[in-house]
Design a protein around this ligand. Structure first.
Ligand code: AMP
Length: 397
């Protein structure tokens, strides 16, 4: 079985064609600038040279037909016919309270994804356009929606409710949803496999630390709390997002600076985080370089990030009555040796350790805690596309 995994954004579309027998990626790529001048497709077959095809794409339907053309192309294709695509798995950002697992897409599912657009106005409409473009290009091919929020639907009300007037939950569905669910689910399950223990016996804290970061408490295989909230703005400071702050600061700054709602939103989402503090970059590699050159604000941004992640470890250990394993994943979690070491330092009181030699690893699965450590720590590269493909396969069997 071959599954095409689609991640559609407002002007971009990422894809991977996965052979489910080998779980190998046959080809992957990215359509950029859809509907904008200069659109192009970057296509990377696994056993041939990558190509960039520059061609106008007026909408997502154009993008999908270019992806199919690339997949069946005589030179850089990987299948002889589009009939070799057995199913499509779509990443959908927001499933609201409707979806606690992946589902086969039908009209009712599309209607509910559309209803959730109010909760994710930048993402869900684009995801839906991607679904409809695929339905048009591949009639009869089954499609599955895999939601970023679904894994967190097991959180108890005491964790997902905000202490605001209850009517806002009823009227607007204001509550914590959490994101990166596919990633947290995947790495928590890989962690249990690496420990050779059933996930039902484990309390795991998964640390998805990248440009966007979220931390999840996974108790007995279920998400019981997570650091992102109603939107992906909550939690630890991120590349350009503030993370949790005193909510009164928002109205204070709006008043002092005369900011509109849109400007305040942009300030919190695009001008804050480690970028806002350092004034240098949202990329942790640039901050490391800045710190090495004596830039105090780069050092402060890194310290704030480390401290915030540590806080969540304590917070979620308390939530679960202990912790058996920590998992680092995503860009920073998989690659920043220094940040992992700093996060894990001075945590021996909780049974958490870091073995400097074992921690000298990037982008591959490894245990990094000291031998005999009460709490195990791991690096586990995330694989959201494979998780989407596996869910798609499971639902269609
Ligand atoms: P992601 O959002 O998961 O793709 O993560 C992207 C982020 O990972 C980048 O913005 C970098 O800040 C970070 N990153 C990647 N490689 C490294 C590295 N070697 N050291 C520190 N940070 C890294």
């Amino acid at each position: 079985m071959n599954v095409l995994v689609i991640n559609a954004g407002s002007s971009s579309l990422k894809y991977q064609l996965i052979n489910m027998d080998t779980q190998g990626v046959m080809a992957k790529g990215l359509c950029e600038r859809i509907g904008i001048e200069g659109s192009c497709l970057k296509h990377s077959p696994s056993d041939k040279d990558a190509v960039t095809i520059e061609k106008p794409m007026k909408d997502h339907a154009d993008a999908i037909s270019m992806v199919i053309d690339a997949l069946v192309d005589a030179n850089h294709g990987v299948i002889s016919d589009m009939k070799a695509i057995d199913a499509v798995g779509h990443r959908v950002v927001h499933g609201g309270e409707y979806f606690n697992k992946s589902v086969i897409i039908n009209d009712d599912v599309k209607k509910k994804i559309d209803e959730c657009s109010a909760l994710a106005p930048l993402h869900n409409p684009a995801n839906l356009i991607g679904i409809e473009a695929c339905e048009k290009a591949m009639p009869g091919v089954p499609m599955v929606a895999v939601f970023d929020t679904a894994f967190h639907q097991t959180m108890p009300a005491e964790a997902y409710m905000y202490a605001l007037p209850y009517e806002y939950y009823e009227k607007y569905k204001i509550r914590k949803y959490g994101f990166h669910g596919t990633s947290h689910y995947y790495v928590a399950n890989r962690c249990a496999a690496m420990m050779n223990r059933p996930i039902e016996d484990l309390r795991i804290i998964t640390l998805h630390l990248g440009n966007g970061s979220s931390i999840t408490a996974v108790n007995k295989g279920k998400s019981v709390d997570t650091s992102m909230g109603f939107t992906p703005l909550a939690g630890v400071p991120m590349g350009t997002r503030s993370g949790v702050i005193d909510p009164a600061i928002v109205t204070f700054i709006m008043e002092k600076e005369g900011l509109s709602v849109a400007e305040a939103d942009a300030m919190l989402n695009k001008k804050s985080g480690v970028f806002g503090i350092s004034g240098v970059s949202s990329d942790f590699r640039d901050l490391d370089a800045g710190k090495q050159n004596g830039d105090a604000k780069c050092a402060l941004a890194l310290d704030m990030f480390k401290y915030s992640v540590k806080r969540y470890i304590g917070y979620y250990a308390a939530a679960m009555g202990g912790v058996d394993a920590l998992v680092f994943t995503a860009g920073v979690g998989e690659n920043s040796i220094a940040m992992r070491e700093r996060i894990l330092s001075n945590m021996e009181f909780m049974g958490i350790t870091c073995d400097s030699e074992k921690n000298n690893v990037r982008g591959k699965e490894a245990e990094i805690s000291k031998d005999g450590s009460l709490v195990k720590a791991f690096v586990i590269p995330t694989n959201e596309e494979l998780t989407i493909a596996l869910d798609t396969q499971k639902l269609l069997k």
